[in-house]
Write a protein that binds this ligand. Structure first.
Ligand code: ATP
Ligand code: MG
Length: 324
């Protein structure tokens, strides 16, 4: 089964992810796939939460934190700036507090709480997660290609249950604290407390969004998750472990893409010993990949003569991966 065939046989799988260990080719394959789909008339968004701005690098265009940026006909790319999302969060919370209580300025204790909460790593994860949810529930594109950060991290996003719990805890805590504050204020103002619980309403709204997005990302019908591997021992060991974890989280794997395969034909030429050794080493692991993954391998991608950056190289790679 070829990569192209997976796409043709499963036209409903519109959420595409490339996962794998660091530096194996996730961003490269995301870009090449986005290019190929766009060339075939699909409206595509390729996006990432990577603070390294690697989509900016590969498309040779500054897109970080700028929303969807048009790359060419049918193709948009977006890089989420988590820091800016956190700042927006803080402002939203401030505004809500000001609106709710009619203050002119946010009281010191609350400001301190907002600052402290934003310094937590979980806050960053939540901000990123929230931005991803915004994108995937949007629905304006034919294809969404989520260029994942390296494995361990990616698992975090995919284990929605965990993220969900953290969200609920954080917001419930915030809600309780605000409740206390609210009581204090209404005592001071000698007012009756309002029955309507806006925070709770918001909590339910968020829960709905998280459910919607986790359903999309773990839905076999809608999602294709490809694992990127290279023919090396450690990578294969780690990949096997990761695949088990993904299975546990019910993330359906659509196939494996083997990258950086040194063409075997080179053996017929007069090549340096190190290259010969490399080919032989790869042979061993390619055999292993064949044994363990067999027909789950949907593409073998050769080692190219240079890094993949710019639309010309991306096109070249997409032709290798998907055919002309
Ligand atoms: N088949 C290939 N031939 C030559 N260079 C390649 C090939 N595949 C990937 N590269 C290069 O390897 C580097 C790493 O690739 P890429 O950025 O796609 O990896 P990644 O999995 O997204 O990394 P990260 O985990 O850091 O996000 C890039 O410079 C890319 O151009
Ligand atoms: Mg990357």
């Amino acid at each position: 089964m070829s990569l192209k065939q997976v796409f043709e046989d499963n036209p409903n799988r519109r959420y595409i992810m490339f996962g794998g260990k660091g530096g194996l080719g996730k961003t490269t394959f995301s870009a090449a796939t986005a290019y190929w789909l766009a060339k075939h008339g699909k409206k595509v968004l390729v996006f990432s939460v990577d603070p390294q701005a690697s989509l900016s690098d590969i498309f040779q265009k500054d897109i970080f934190g700028q929303g969807p940026v048009k790359i060419m006909d049918n193709l948009w790319a977006q890089e989420i700036d988590a820091d800016r999302h956190i700042k927006n969060y803080q402002n939203e919370i401030r505004k809500k507090i000001l609106d709710m209580y009619g203050f002119d300025a946010v009281p010191d204790e609350i400001e301190q709480y907002i600052q402290a909460a934003s310094a937590e790593p979980a806050m960053e994860e939540s901000a990123i997660f929230d931005a991803v949810v915004d994108i995937v529930v949007g629905g304006e594109y034919d294809y969404y290609i989520y260029d994942l950060v390296p494995l361990g991290h990616a698992l975090y996003y995919l284990s929605m249950a965990k993220v969900y719990d953290e969200w609920i805890n954080k917001i419930t805590k915030l809600r309780e604290e605000m409740r206390e504050y609210e009581e204090m204020v209404s005592r001071l103002k000698r007012e009756k407390m309002t029955e309507e619980d806006e925070i709770l309403t918001e909590l339910q709204y968020i829960r709905g969004r998280i459910n919607a997005s986790s359903q999309i990302l773990t839905d076999k019908e809608k999602t294709a998750f490809f694992f990127v591997v290279i023919p090396e021992e450690m990578i294969l060991i780690d990949t096997r472990k990761a695949a088990e974890l993904f299975a546990k989280f019910d993330v359906p794997i659509s196939g494996y893409v083997v990258n950086r395969v040194v063409p075997r034909e080179l053996l017929q030429q007069n090549i340096p010993a190190y290259l010969k050794n490399r080919i032989e080493m790869q042979d061993k692991y390619l055999t292993e990949i064949g044994t363990y993954l067999g027909n789950q391998v949907v593409a073998n991608v050769p080692e190219l003569e240079r890094d993949v950056t710019g639309l010309d190289m991306i096109r070249k790679l997409s032709e290798i991966m998907y055919g002309q």
